[in-house]
Design a protein. Structure first.
Length: 170
């Protein structure tokens, strides 16, 4: 078991010691798609949801979740988050509409913020569902993924470049 980074010599879980890692500026961008009905889209546009604007509340929930990531993901380190921002974009979809939620998280530290960005969009999507479920319980949350990251010993990552390289070298 000692070959795994999150297991100690006795085969039990441990938090990795990051104290010797170099402190660098780190960013991560995550994205999530939420699919829903045209009826819900019209209710949002016409501001007819009883709970209020789902985007405003989803953004606040996403920011709060970012700061609490280490409390819900067992092996995550507490990170001094220095920035969290969101974009929300509605698009027509094959069946109804979709909301694309994107979060950018940044810090200067010795471990990455990928989990914080993924947690941010997940919490925002769940909150959007909660705000809208009275109109559409068939909302589907999907495609939560890391889009990019910068900083750290492993360097930068870009999902588009990664997928393009996989197509060239299957």
């Amino acid at each position: 078991m000692s070959e795994f980074s999150h297991w100690n010599e006795e085969g039990r879980p441990k938090m990795v010691d990051i104290s010797k890692k170099e402190e660098t500026k780190r960013t991560a961008v995550a994205r999530c798609r939420v699919h829903f009905s045209e009826e819900l889209y019209e209710a949002i546009v016409q501001q007819q949801l009883k709970k209020g604007d789902p985007i405003q509340v989803a953004q606040i929930a996403g920011i709060m979740a970012t700061k609490k990531t280490a409390d819900i993901i067992p092996m995550c380190h507490t990170i001094p988050i220095q920035g969290v921002d969101f974009t929300f974009q509605y698009e027509e979809a094959e069946e109804g509409y979709q909301l694309i939620i994107e979060a950018t998280v940044s810090c200067k530290g010795n471990t990455g913020v990928e989990m914080e960005a993924l947690t941010a969009v997940s919490a925002a999507a769940l909150t959007f569902y909660d705000m809208c479920k009275a109109v559409d319980k068939a909302i589907i949350i999907k495609e939560t993924k890391l889009i990019s990251k910068t900083g750290g010993k492993n360097g930068d990552f870009n999902l588009e470049k990664h997928e393009a390289a996989k197509k060239l070298n299957p």
